[in-house]
Design a protein around this ligand. Structure first.
Ligand code: GDP
Ligand code: PGA
Ligand code: MN
Ligand code: MN
Length: 618
C-alpha cells in the first residue's frame, strides 16, 4: 500500500528521471539536482542510437529547426537565430576561486557570485522542454583513463550535434563505472538555451536567450552554459571541456591541451611524420588537416582538425590524441578545389549544416563553392539570387558550419582512435597576417618556439562575435581557450620543453598563409600548395633542406622550397618569404605591450627572447 506522501512524490517526480541506465551515484545526484532546478517536463537519458537520432531529427524537422536535405543522405539544414552565430568571448568566464588564476586575458567572476546569478537563470529554464542527459567521452573509449563528461541540455540540436562530435551515449556510459565497481570522475557540463515554454506557447525554430554566459569553474572541473545554441557555446565537450577545462587538468598533471589539428605526412620514401598545428579559429586548421598535397609522392592523412591533447610517452616523445569524433568546419571557402576531402566527407551524408544557404532542390551552398545557383534561400531565410551576391549580401554567414563524422573522411589515418596517440615531430603555429610574418620560419629551439607561440598574432575572424580583421595577440591560438593565467600557461610550455631531450621534442615553426600584396591578393596560393611548406619543414628535421638565419629565425629562400609546378610569380613568392626588418621593428612595441599585459607571471625566459630579438633587429 502506498502512503499519501509516496503518492505525492510520485506525482511530482519528473517523468524519465528514475529511468537512469546507470548506478553512478554522483551522476544520479547531479541529474536530480539539475532537474529540480530547471523543472523540465521530462528527462531523457541519451543512448546515442540511430533510433534516437531519427526521433530527434524528426522532432527538429517538425519544429522548423531542421530542413531535411534531399540531395544528401540523412543530412539536415538549420538556420540559427541571427544573433546566435558564433562564440561569445565577452560572455565567456573563467571562475577560479582566485582572480589571479584567471589571469589578464580571461573574464573573471567569483564562483559564488557567478553561481548565484546563473542559478537564478537556470531556475525553471527548461519548463515545457525535455532535459537530455548526454554521457560522453573525449578521446578514445578504450583509454585506460577515459576522459568522461556529461552534458545536460534542453536542446535537441545539441544532442544530435554531440552524436557527431563526441563518443557518446551507452558506449560512453559503460565506462562510468570501472570493472571493480569504482565510480569514475566526469566533467559535469550544464547547458540551457534559456527559453522555457509556457503551456500552449508556440516554439520558435531556434530558441535562445539574449542573456548568455559560458562559464567554467576550473577547480571543480565544472561547466555552466546558458542562453546560446551555437556550437562553440553549446557543444560543451569541445571548447569548454577539451580546451578550457582540459588545459587546467593538463597544467596540474603535466600535459598540454591545445587548439591544434593533427596530421600524418608520408614521404615518397614511405617515412611517416606526425605534425600538429595551431591556428586561430577560421585560419586554416581544418584545411591543413585534410590537405591534398600538390607535390608528387607525398601523402597526407587526417587525425584531427581542432584539438590535440599531448603527453610524453615512455620513449620521451610527445604524443597527441584528438579528443573529438567529428569535424565542425567553417563552410565558406570549402570547395572541391580548396578542400576536396571535406567535400567527400560531407557528401557521404549524416551531416548538419548551420547558417549556410539552401538550394531549391534541397542541397546546400555557400560562398566559395563554385558558381551560385539562380536562386537560394539565405541563412536569414530570405530569397537570394546572384544579384544579391554582387550587391554584397552573402547567402551564408561567414561563420556558417558543417558538422560531419570524422569516420567518413576518406583520408582518415587508421590510428586515429588509438589511445596511445601519435608521436609529434613538428608543431606549426600560424596566424592570419597581411604583413610582417613570412610564409614560414623555423625556431632555434623549444624556448624560441614557445616565444613564437606566445607572441602569435592574427586578424580576428567571424568565428567569434566582434570586429573582424583586427590584429590581436592570440598566443598558441589559445587566447579564448586558456582556462587559467596566460603567464602560467607560457611557463607550463617552457617547463614542458625542459622535461624531454631536446632531440626528442617536436621542432617548432611559424607559418602565415595569409600575407598579402599591396593590391590585397594573397602572395601564397595556399591550400594544397601548403604541402610544399610541410615538405621543407620535414626535410629540415632530416637535415636535407636549407634555410637562412635571420633575426627572427631560420627562413627558406624560394630556391630552398620545392616550387616545381607552382603557379605563382617569383615576385610574390619572394615577398611571401621576405623578412622586412622595419615591419619587425614596428612589431616590437606590440609584443612589449602584450608582455606588459601578461605582467609578473610572464616567464623571464620569454622576456629574454624578446630582448634577444630586439638586439638582432638592431
Ligand atoms: P579553421 O577554423 O582554423 O579550421 O580554418 P579552416 O580550415 O576552416 O579555414 C578557414 C577559412 O580560411 C576558410 O574560408 C578557408 O577556405 C580559408 N583558408 C584555409 N586555408 C587557407 C590557405 O592556405 N590560404 C587561404 N588564402 N585561405 C585559406
Ligand atoms: P575552428 O573551430 O577553430 O575550426 O574555427 C571552432 C572555433 O574555434 O570556434
Ligand atoms: Mn577551433
Ligand atoms: Mn576548423
Amino acid at each position: 500500500m502506498t502512503t499519501l506522501s509516496d503518492a505525492q512524490s510520485a506525482r511530482t517526480e519528473t517523468p524519465g528521471l528514475d529511468q537512469a541506465p546507470t548506478t553512478h551515484s554522483q551522476l544520479l545526484r547531479w541529474v536530480r539536482e539539475v532537474a529540480e532546478l530547471t523543472t523540465p517536463d521530462e528527462v531523457v537519458w541519451v543512448d546515442g542510437s540511430d533510433e534516437e537520432w531519427n526521433r530527434l531529427t524528426e522532432k527538429l524537422v517538425d519544429a522548423g529547426t531542421f530542413t531535411r536535405l534531399e540531395q544528401k543522405p540523412n543530412s539536415f539544414y538549420a538556420a540559427s537565430d541571427p544573433t546566435d552565430v558564433a562564440r561569445v568571448e565577452e560572455r565567456t568566464y573563467i571562475c577560479s576561486r582566485d582572480e589571479a588564476d584567471a589571469g589578464p586575458t580571461n573574464n573573471w567572476m567569483h564562483p559564488g557570485e557567478m553561481k548565484a546569478i546563473m542559478t537564478e537563470l537556470y531556475r525553471g529554464s527548461m519548463r515545457g522542454r525535455t532535459m537530455y542527459v548526454i554521457p560522453f567521452c573525449m578521446g578514445p573509449l578504450s583509454a585506460d583513463k577515459p576522459m568522461l563528461g556529461v552534458e545536460i541540455t534542453d536542446s535537441e540540436y545539441v544532442v544530435v550535434s554531440m552524436k557527431i562530435m563526441t563518443r557518446m551515449g551507452t558506449k560512453a556510459l559503460e565506462r562510468f563505472v570501472a570493472e571493480d565497481g569504482t565510480e569514475r570522475d566526469f566533467v559535469p557540463a550544464l547547458h540551457s538555451i534559456g527559453a522555457p515554454l509556457e503551456p500552449g506557447q508556440a516554439d520558435v525554430p531556434w530558441p535562445c536567450n539574449d542573456t548568455k554566459y559560458i562559464t567554467h569553474f576550473p577547480e571543480e572541473r565544472l561547466i555552466w552554459s546558458y542562453g546560446s545554441g551555437y556550437g562553440g557555446n553549446a557543444l560543451l565537450g569541445k571548447k569548454c571541456y577539451s580546451l578550457r577545462i582540459a588545459s587546467v587538468i593538463g597544467r596540474d598533471e603535466g600535459w598540454l591541451a591545445e587548439h591544434m589539428l593533427i596530421l600524418k605526412l608520408i614521404s615518397p620514401e614511405n617515412k611517416t611524420y606526425y605534425v600538429a598545428a595551431a591556428f586561430p579559429s577560421a585560419c586554416g586548421k581544418t584545411n591543413l588537416a585534410m590537405l591534398q598535397p600538390t607535390i608528387p609522392g607525398w601523402k597526407v592523412e587526417t587525425l584531427g582538425d581542432d584539438i590535440a591533447w599531448m603527453r610524453f610517452g615512455d620513449d620521451g616523445r610527445l604524443y597527441a590524441v584528438n579528443p573529438e569524433f567529428g569535424f565542425f568546419g567553417v563552410a565558406p571557402g570549402t570547395d572541391w578545389h580548396t578542400n576536396p576531402n571535406a567535400m567527400r566527407t560531407i557528401a557521404k551524408g549524416n551531416s548538419l549544416f548551420t547558417n549556410v544557404a539552401l538550394t531549391d532542390d534541397g542541397d546546400i551552398w555557400w560562398e566559395g563553392m563554385g558558381e551560385p545557383p539562380a536562386h537560394l534561400t539565405s541563412w536569414k531565410k530570405q530569397d537570394w539570387t546572384p544579384a544579391d551576391g554582387e550587391a554584397g549580401t552573402k547567402s551564408s554567414h561567414p561563420n556558417s558550419r558543417y558538422c560531419t563524422p570524422m569516420s567518413q573522411c576518406p583520408i582518415l589515418a587508421p590510428e586515429w582512435d588509438d589511445p596511445q596517440g601519435v608521436p609529434i615531430s613538428a608543431i606549426f603555429f600560424g596566424g592570419r597576417r597581411a604583413t610582417t610574418i613570412p610564409l614560414v620560419t623555423e625556431s632555434r629551439d623549444w624556448q624560441h618556439g614557445t616565444f613564437m607561440g606566445a607572441t602569435l598574432s592574427s586578424e580576428t575572424t567571424a568565428a567569434a562575435v566582434g570586429e573582424v580583421g583586427k590584429v590581436r595577440r592570440d598566443p598558441m591560438a589559445m587566447l579564448p581557450f586558456i582556462g587559467y593565467n596566460a603567464g602560467d600557461y607560457f611557463a607550463h610550455w617552457i617547463a614542458t620543453g625542459k622535461k624531454a631531450d631536446a632531440a626528442k621534442l617536436p621542432k617548432i615553426f611559424y607559418v602565415n598563409w595569409f600575407r598579402r600584396a599591396e593590391d590585397k591578393h594573397f602572395l601564397w596560393p595556399g591550400f594544397g600548395e601548403n604541402s610544399r611548406v610541410l615538405k621543407w619543414a620535414i626535410e629540415r628535421l632530416e637535415g636535407k633542406s636549407a634555410a637562412t638565419e635571420t633575426p627572427i629565425g631560420w627562413v627558406p629562400t624560394i630556391d630552398d622550397l620545392d616550387t616545381e609546378g607552382l603557379d605563382a610569380s617569383r615576385e610574390d613568392l619572394e615577398a611571401s618569404l621576405n623578412v622586412d626588418l622595419d615591419e619587425w621593428r614596428a612589431e616590437i612595441p606590440l609584443i612589449e605591450e602584450w608582455f606588459d599585459k601578461i605582467g609578473d607571471s610572464l616567464p623571464s625566459s620569454l622576456r629574454d627572447e624578446l630582448e634577444a630579438l630586439k638586439q638582432r633587429l638592431g
